[in-house]
Design a protein. Structure first.
Length: 248
């Protein structure tokens, strides 16, 4: 579907389309055809303004509140209305590259609950890969940081380095010394869930900067400055999203 009727968004690699297609079985005549109106978007990747623009230009859906959605903060502000005879398809990749993941995933869950038969959510690689955090962010796994315990993932460039090497570079930067002057104690002291997440996002999952994007969005949703959102609160947000009944 995406390849057949999607248009690319150069800024974020997203695809969007509004289309009307005909479906019919083999040998179906013109009178047997079913007309389907489909609004399709994919690869939002945390870009909430992009999705709001899609809603604004789509004849198939709108925000219930009647606004453009850009200032949406509460669940009521995120509620969408799907026009009669329309289907909505999200083609995957909700998060990772912008400060709008929480709003977008919440909007999609609410939309699916409201129209279970006409809203269709497809999981992309950036959605499915979050399942790994259910094990990788456990305390026992975070503690396994040394190279002989957790080697680099097979798909990563060797130049990126392991989690242990990431922590060594971080310690050297904070101490203002060469990496070979950093001892294991300093590295272990930095081996937190927050730094594990930073490593996974920045070096292993193609989501560089998303930890700070999440902090930015949390601050925005709460109406506070970013310095008031702790690393622990950012981690908690990610963990809640993959927990049972979480948005991911």
């Amino acid at each position: 579907l995406a390849g057949a009727m999607g248009n690319n968004c150069g800024a974020c690699g997203a695809r969007l389309s509004n289309a009307e297609i005909s479906l019919g079985g083999e040998g179906a005549g013109e009178g047997d055809m079913t007309r389907l109106k489909i609004a399709y978007v994919s690869d939002v990747e945390g870009h909430w303004p992009y999705f709001c623009n899609f809603v604004r230009t789509s004849p198939g859906l709108r925000f219930v509140g009647g606004g453009d959605g850009l200032s949406a903060r509460l669940p009521d502000d995120l509620e969408l209305e799907l026009e009669p005879d329309w289907h909505f398809v999200f083609g995957g990749d909700a998060s990772d590259k912008g400060p709008g993941t929480l709003r977008f995933t919440h909007a999609m869950v609410l939309f699916k609950q409201k129209y279970p038969e006409r809203v269709h959510l497809i999981l992309g690689n950036r959605d499915v890969n979050k399942m790994r955090w259910s094990s990788e962010l456990t305390t026992s796994e975070v503690q396994r940081a040394k190279d002989d315990q957790v080697p680099i993932s097979f798909w990563s460039n060797a130049k990126i380095g392991t989690h242990w090497q990431f922590l060594r570079k971080l310690a050297a930067s904070q101490e203002g010394v060469a990496e070979d002057q950093v001892d294991d104690a300093k590295i272990i002291a930095l081996n937190t869930k927050a730094n594990k997440l930073r490593y996974l996002l920045d070096c292993d999952m193609g989501s560089a900067g998303d930890f700070e994007y999440r902090r930015e969005e949390l601050a925005d949703l709460r109406g506070i400055t970013q310095d008031k959102v702790s690393d622990e609160e950012v981690v908690q947000s990610y963990e809640e999203s993959i927990a049972p009944k979480g948005m991911m």
